[in-house]
Design a protein around this ligand. Structure first.
Ligand code: ADP
Ligand code: MG
Length: 620
């Protein structure tokens, strides 16, 4: 906070202003004129940015703001020789402004701090064994990068040996993660084990990390409806105050017959206490604090609007693979001759589905000598792949196919089934198994406790869906969903007036994610899914979503507290002033004090909540 004050112009002005105000108070009993002079200088420094803001908004944007009211109140105070009150008023106002900036900065600094962790250059191992230094943004897919012990990983890629990586920058989890051979390591994380080689699999502009940075930047342009509402009424409210204050002075002077001095003084008190400073600060600092807290815990909420939607979610639909399960399948059984298997592996190389990754890595030793590499592979998201007369994918694609070897029956029950067909005949099958994530079950229970129903929507078969649904204890499930089925389910629930959340990771989920009130993408999923969502869970950990949901609820409570408190203070102070019971000094203190309290209340959301059961600890 201190360094923040020193480094920013408004922070520096605030410090000069504070010094001059203190000097002014010290000089009061000693030398009247120099005391006033000190206050004038203080008012200049403290009011500089507010005045600038007031002028710019009023004339260029044609919108009135609280800054204008504060400047007028301070000038009014000076006019009736209350310069110390004027200085204190602006001092607290400028202080509040700096606090607000601090919150805004905090939400981006978590990210820009990460940015600085991405090395600008990387060490590339060339085919001849030579290691050269290359700009990170010039790395190509397939390049081999050397990551030494203790170094930041410069780019996303596959590791060539077992290693340990600290992913706190992405997930907030400081316990290092074990990476097995061939697993993906991400830009911005730290190699805490021994040196490893990384095969680049994404350009530096497409890494999870750079996606995150871009999305956080976009987030700030999407305010919540309460922020928008407050922004909208600010201008009207200020205009109301600007009209009421002179009227109030005239009435006190000509109807109540106070002296002009007295009437003007009371007018200045009204101007000060009626300003909606606290109200204006009710939502934004709190929202940014919550977003920043979420980001530190591996959940990116794209703006206040998304926070708001998350907090009011009534139903949560979830995909299965990669969300409730690890998405790391094992081929438990298969049958197909080698010629066709080669085709399948070649085809799956073109897909980003977790099933595809599994099939490719399970049959690594196969070569493509007999495969026609010129023929196009076509993916039907959520179903499978086609290449010429060969089709690979879910059983329902093969309803019209002949099955002379009875593969449909042979495919193991309760496992994810992939059939292989050629010309209208089924020529092979694979049975795949995946594992449920334990934390997914915990998170689902957590959501249910909050009254949210969790429903599984999967493209997989009935038996697998049922098994997972039972293990994770979701409220209900729908199997054999096509991408359009997922959208229809979402739309139908929305038509019932429910706020609908949807979690997914694949291209086939993207349309449903975009249609849901709150689309939640998995960070390790496809980038289309991430783009279509309002919230991204950086690592596929559902408990992080529960954390953010709780955060969004707390945010609502805090905004509500702030709004009620600010309005109550304004009303109370106006009533006191009507009866002439409030002096300018106390008016300033109460009014500005309420603003500071409201902002501090919002900043509470920066604090990390302790999770019930932190990973890595043993509960007895
Ligand atoms: P989930 O809802 O579990 O995420 P998807 O909707 O992504 O599942 O996929 C549904 C089914 O489609 C899978 O169980 C699988 O049988 C088939 N499928 C999808 N993509 C592929 C692929 N690339 N290769 C083979 N089969 C696939
Ligand atoms: Mg999926």
């Amino acid at each position: 906070m201190l360094s923040y004050l020193k480094e920013n112009r408004n922070g520096q002005f605030l410090m000069v202003g504070i010094a001059m105000t203190v000097l002014g108070f010290v000089l009061i009993p000693i030398h009247d004129i120099s005391s006033s002079l000190a206050f004038y200088i203080a008012i200049f420094f403290l009011g500089f940015f507010a005045a600038k803001h007031a002028v710019v908004d009023t004339f260029l944007k044609k919108a009135l703001n609280v800054d204008l009211l504060m400047i007028l109140a301070a000038l009014g105070a000076v006019a009736i020789n209350y310069e110390s009150e004027g200085a204190v008023l602006l001092l607290i106002f400028a202080g509040a402004e700096v606090l607000e900036d601090y919150a805004t900065n905090k939400s981006t600094s978590a990210i820009s701090e990460l940015m600085s962790h991405i090395p600008e250059t990387a060490h590339v191992l060339k085919a001849n064994g030579e290691v050269i230094e290359v700009q990170t943004n010039a790395l190509q897919i397939g390049d081999m990068v050397v990551v030494s012990k203790g170094e930041h990983v410069p780019i996303d890629g596959y590791v060539d040996r077992k290693s340990k990586v600290n992913e706190a920058a992405l997930t907030g989890e400081s316990v290092p993660v074990e990476k097995q051979v061939g697993e993906e390591a991400f830009a911005g994380t730290i190699n805490e084990g021994n040196v490893f080689y990384l095969t680049v699999n994404k350009l530096s502009s497409d890494t999870i990390f750079s996606n995150i940075v871009r999305m956080v930047e976009e987030a700030q342009t999407r305010p919540s409806s309460i922020s928008k509402f407050i922004d909208r009424i600010e201008s009207t409210y200020v205009l109301g105050v600007l009209i009421t204050v002179p009227l109030f002075i005239i009435i006190l002077y000509s109807v109540v017959h106070l002296s002009f001095q007295e009437a003007f003084y009371r007018g200045m008190v009204l101007l000060t206490v009626a300003s909606p400073c606290a109200l204006v600060a009710s939502a934004t600092p709190a929202t940014l604090s919550a977003i920043s807290n979420g980001a530190k815990n591996g959940v990116l909420v794209k703006g206040g609007a998304a926070m708001e939607a998350l907090s009011s979610m009534a139903v949560l639909y979830t995909d299965k693979t990669g969300t409730l399960t690890f998405g790391e399948f094992q081929v438990v059984e298969y049958e197909a001759d080698e010629y066709i298997l080669k085709e399948v592996v070649y085809m799956e190389q073109q897909s980003s589905h977790p099933i595809a990754d599994t099939i490719v890595s399970s049959f690594k030793e196969l070569t493509f000598d007999t495969v026609d590499l010129t023929e196009a592979v076509e993916e039907v998201p959520g179903s499978g792949l086609k290449k010429g007369n060969i089709t690979v994918g879910k059983p329902s694609l093969f309803n019209e196919y002949k099955d002379p070897y009875l593969y449909r029956k042979k495919a193991k029950e309760g496992y994810t089934t992939v059939l292989i067909g050629r010309d209208q005949t089924i020529v092979g099958y694979l049975s795949l198994a995946d594992q449920v994530r334990e934390e997914a079950a915990d998170a689902v229970a957590g959501f249910q406790k909050q009254g949210i129903s969790v429903i599984l929507l999967t493209g997989d078969n009935e038996l697998v869906a049922k098994k997972v649904a039972e293990e994770v204890q979701v409220d209900s499930f729908e199997a054999n969903c096509l991408p359009e089925d997922k959208i229809n389910v979402v739309l139908k629930k929305q038509a019932e007036g429910k706020v609908v959340g949807m979690i997914g990771d694949g291209i086939n989920d993207a349309p449903a994610l975009a249609n849901a009130d709150i689309g939640i993408g998995m960070g390790s999923g496809s980038s289309v899914a991430m783009e279509s969502s309002d919230v991204v869970i950086v690592k596929n950990d559902l408990s992080k979503l529960l954390y953010s949901f709780n955060l969004s609820q707390k945010l609502n409570t805090i905004i509500l507290q702030n709004v009620i408190f600010s309005i109550a203070v304004i009303v109370a102070l106006i009533i006191f002033n009507l009866f002439g019971l409030l002096g300018l000094p106390l008016g300033v203190v109460f009014h500005e004090g309420s603003t500071i309290l409201v902002i501090l209340n919002g900043l509470r959301l920066l604090r990390q909540e302790k999770r019930d059961k932190p990973e890595g600890t043993v509960t007895q």
